[in-house]
Design a protein around this ligand. Structure first.
Ligand code: PNS
Length: 164
């Protein structure tokens, strides 16, 4: 059975933890569409276009992975690309309560779309976009947490923000 999945997130910016989950999802589902959410209520460091471009670069070698931005409800985005599964990453118990609530709301909104939780490699359990931004802002080395092009983009963005 060919099952298409979406993997949604803010990806501000993409980390090795995200890439690990995309790889695991791509091995499990026939196609994975990475959905980059643009939430105007969240202050993002990178624009949606930049975040989409970063994800395209990070997944360039993955044949059954594509990347799209979305501004709608997640379940509408899933429907629009004909996906029946939402992939979510769970790193710690602290993620669970919020993610369970979201998955039940999404089920109420669209009963035919199933949320599947996956765990990243233990190497990346502590890695998050916020941690990567914090370390980079304090001039720390993020090369074990995100691709080098993300490290460079962060340095550039944080440098220009500091110079404002
Ligand atoms: O990486 P994040 O910030 O944890 O991702 C959160 C995301 C994008 C998955 C979530 O905010 C989302 O699903 N946004 C789309 C709007 C929506 O459908 N919200 C859920 C119903 S209230």
């Amino acid at each position: 059975m060919r099952v298409k999945a979406v993997y949604p997130g803010s990806f501000d910016p993409v980390t090795f933890g995200h890439i690990d989950l995309i790889r695991r999802g791509a091995a499990m589902f026939s196609e994975v569409v990475v959905g980059v959410a643009d939430n105007p209520r969240k202050a993002h460091l990178f624009t949606m276009e930049e975040r989409v471009a970063f994800l395209r670069q990070a997944t360039a070698g993955m044949a059954n992975v594509s990347v799209m931005g979305f501004t709608s409800l997640l379940v509408e985005f899933a429907r629009s690309v004909d996906a029946r599964v939402i992939i979510k990453g769970l790193r710690a118990v602290s993620d669970f309560e919020y993610e369970m609530q979201m998955s039940l709301i999404n089920r109420r909104l669209a009963a035919g779309v199933e949320t599947v939780f996956m765990m990243p490699s233990e190497e990346y359990l502590f890695v998050s976009s916020s941690v990567v931004k914090e370390v980079a802002s304090l001039l720390g080395d993020v090369s074990s947490m995100a691709p080098d092009f993300i490290g460079s983009a962060l340095r550039e963005r944080l440098l220009s923000a500091g110079g404002e």
